[in-house]
Design a protein around this ligand. Structure first.
Ligand SMILES: [Zn+2]
Length: 229
């Protein structure tokens, strides 16, 4: 029994939603037979994520993007035997093809002077698109999504940034870039060779250093492949 939570906006008011993740409700997701074949895997990820990244949650999508509720644009969650909107409770009306972890990763900005200056100017102009911690944005709360591959856990997951991360750093999206360890569509290049690990380990061992490397590059430092692993 793992609980997750999310804030939603109902009639202009912020409400806290909390639910028990129903792992039976995700078994029907196309291409994700592993959730039924190896139920312990999803359970371990749920437990570890609740411990270390309690504000992240599991949602569903198609072709790497979360499916949005048509009424309120919110995400669908596995709850009480169905996939339902976290905001209005409406049942999903299309077949998802991927299972997605989404949440905010704190990425350290303090110390990266050029980037800090850019962020301060965005804040001053009211153009800052990402949440941050500290008056001077010591940490940027960076939206990340991680998608389980059909061959999990024998195949690495894919992980994505949003455009707002790069615009907050003062650079454009890097596209496919060896220096940035990035593919098209804001997807991270994480592992040259994969060995099995949990989602929490993927975030801690690879995604966190990857995001920090983007800050350093945006700050004008010479890209260094050691930053990434
Ligand atoms: Zn809804």
């Amino acid at each position: 029994m793992v609980k997750q939570k999310k804030q939603v906006v109902v009639n202009g008011e912020i409400k806290n939603r909390e639910w028990v993740v129903d792992t039976d409700a995700i078994r029907s997701i196309r291409g994700n037979d592993w959730t039924g074949d190896y139920p312990r895997l999803i359970q371990t990820d749920l437990e570890q994520m609740a411990e270390t990244f309690p504000h992240w949650f599991l949602t569903v999508g198609s072709s790497s993007r979360p499916i949005a509720c048509q009424r309120d644009g919110d995400y669908f969650i596995p709850k009480d035997g169905t996939l339902q909107c976290v905001n209005c409770g409406q049942a999903i009306n299309q077949n998802p093809s991927c299972l997605i972890w989404t949440g905010l990763l704190p990425v350290q900005i303090v110390g990266a002077e050029k980037v800090s200056k850019h962020i301060r100017s965005l804040i001053a102009k009211g153009n800052m698109k990402l949440p941050y911690v500290g008056d001077e944005a010591a940490f940027l709360l960076t939206p990340i999504r991680i998608i389980y591959p059909p061959g999990w856990p024998n195949v690495q997951p894919s992980a994505y940034y949003t455009r707002e991360f790069f615009s907050s750093l003062g650079i454009g999206p890097p596209g496919t870039s060896h220096a940035h360890h990035m593919y098209e569509d804001l997807r991270m290049c994480l592992f040259a060779s994969w060995h099995t690990m949990t989602i929490r380990e993927v975030i801690q061992n690879r995604i966190a250093p990857h995001a920090l490397a983007q800050v350093k590059i945006a700050n004008g430092e010479r890209p260094n492949s050691r930053w990434f692993n």
